[in-house]
Design a protein around this ligand. Structure first.
Ligand SMILES: NC(=O)c1ccc[n+]([C@@H]2O[C@H](COP(=O)([O-])OP(=O)(O)OC[C@H]3O[C@@H](n4cnc5c(N)ncnc54)[C@H](O)[C@@H]3O)[C@@H](O)[C@H]2O)c1
Ligand SMILES: [Zn+2]
Ligand SMILES: [Zn+2]
Length: 397
């Protein structure tokens, strides 16, 4: 198969690699139907995440179709349409039992495209498949769902919920990339009085306004501190969120919050930031950091399904998988010097379409030229037209 392989900082390559195989009984192999790029992938390519080593397939977000399952998988079957969560979960360790899947100590957590091969590929091995995927409800598009693999749960859990956003709050979000924009969507669910978004790129700020920001500030031009003070009678914001991942913006988030307020750090940082305790020890602040756990994914799926949350405007560009390197280029430049077309690029989705499966309940289905049975434990060939999906080859095993 083809995959986007990391060969050191600044060196992604779309190349041939071996197909993934089932390694543990709880694994599933998922054919990637839609995949996207995260700001964290940019941090990896910038050398900020040294745990990612040469040869690693990147990516931790996908929507796809299950093509094979290990004998220990109970809740999935070949042919199921699933969201592959950015966080895998053993489901049994003390953190998983507490819904803190990001901290899983049994080989889960954020491993895809980090410690094991990821989703920016034609096929991906998903460990602990029962706990690390979500079925896609009918009527919800792959693209809507794709935004729930990482971006929406991250912004909602690590930004909105950790930041304890409450009705009538003034919320400042620094960084208007996909994570910052998703934080706007998430914060709006709790009816803040004002959402202020800060970025250096005007096209990103335009996008933030379209997503529901009340005030946008280009911090390269305007005095954010003065604007937030004006808005809050000199007190500072109730909640600030850092959605960039550099020391300056973390320090700015701390500077902009009011006494007794919340600072929620979302950014992945590659360098130390200074915590000015000499100024803030007296302010009763709560500062939170976090890796997304994805415990909120079912809630977010419900919101999308009911039409309360629309993630589709986050996708501005569509590529085929073989255009991955170009997609990285567009995504990387969107938050930097703008892009050639001058449009906002809050998100880049890469979608690849395969022919739809026909009535797979009756016929089984084909994958990679090999007919596969839809039965859970079948990994053998199936007679494509048989009403018993495996044609009796594996029935009962
Ligand atoms: N905590 C988690 O679990 C988690 C999960 C996913 C992503 N992240 C992190 O969230 C952060 C944001 O992700 P993203 O995908 O939106 O990234 P991105 O790179 O697409 O967007 C970052 C935005 O910050 C803006 N920016 C850069 N410097 C700035 C400055 N000095 N002041 C104001 N704005 C500035 C850029 O213009 C850009 O719009 C990244 O650090 C990413 O690694 C964290
Ligand atoms: Zn991510
Ligand atoms: Zn666990």
């Amino acid at each position: 198969m083809k995959a986007l392989v990391f060969h050191g900082p600044g060196q992604p390559s779309w190349e041939d690699v071996p197909d993934p195989t089932i390694q543990d009984p709880t694994d599933a192999i998922v054919r990637v139907d839609a995949v996207t790029i995260c700001g964290t992938d940019l941090h990896i390519l910038g050398g900020d995440v040294p745990a990612v080593t040469d040869g690693r397939i990147l990516g931790h977000e996908a929507v796809g179709t299950v093509v094979e399952i290990g004998p220990g998988v109970r809740n999935l079957a070949a042919g199921d349409r699933v969201l592959v969560s950015c966080v895998s979960a053993c489901g049994r360790c003390r953190f998983c039992r507490d819904g803190r899947y990001g901290q899983c100590v049994n080989g889960g957590g954020w491993i895809l495209g980090h410690l094991i091969d990821g989703t920016q590929a034609e096929l991906v091995r998903v460990p602990f498949a029962d706990n690390s995927t979500h079925r896609i409800p009918s009527g919800v598009s792959d693209e809507q769902m794709l935004m729930l693999a990482d971006i929406l749960p991250t912004s909602y859990e690590v930004g909105v919920l950790n930041g304890c956003v409450r009705p009538a709050d003034v919320v400042v979000i620094i960084g208007a990339g996909p994570i910052g924009l998703a934080a706007v969507l998430g914060a709006k669910l709790l009816s803040p009085s004002h959402i202020v978004v800060v970025d250096l790129v005007d096209t990103r700020l335009d996008a933030a306004r379209a997503f529901g920001a009340d005030i946008v500030v280009n911090s390269g031009r305007d005095d954010v501190v003065a604007i937030v003070r004006d808005l809050t009678d000199g007190l500072g914001a109730d909640v600030t969120m850092e959605a960039v991942g550099i020391p300056q913006t973390f320090e700015q988030a701390v500077e902009l919050v009011r006494p007794c307020g919340h600072v929620a750090n979302l950014g992945v940082h590659g360098a130390p930031a200074t915590l000015h305790l000499e100024d803030i020890w007296i302010k009763d602040l709560t500062i939170t950091t976090g890796l997304v756990d994805t415990y909120s994914t079912p809630t977010l799926i419900g919101l999308v399904q009911s039409g309360r949350l629309d993630t589709s405007p986050m996708i501005t560009h569509r590529f085929t998988l073989d255009q991955f390197e170009e997609a990285y280029d567009v995504f990387g430049r969107a938050g930097g010097d703008g892009c050639a077309e001058g449009a906002a690029h809050p998100e880049v989705a890469l979608t690849v379409r395969y022919p739809a499966f026909e009535d797979r309940r009756l016929r089984g289905f084909r994958s990679r030229g090999r007919p596969l049975c839809r039965l859970r434990h079948c990994r053998r060939g199936a007679a494509a037209d048989s009403p018993v999906p495996c044609g009796g080859v594996c029935a009962g095993q």
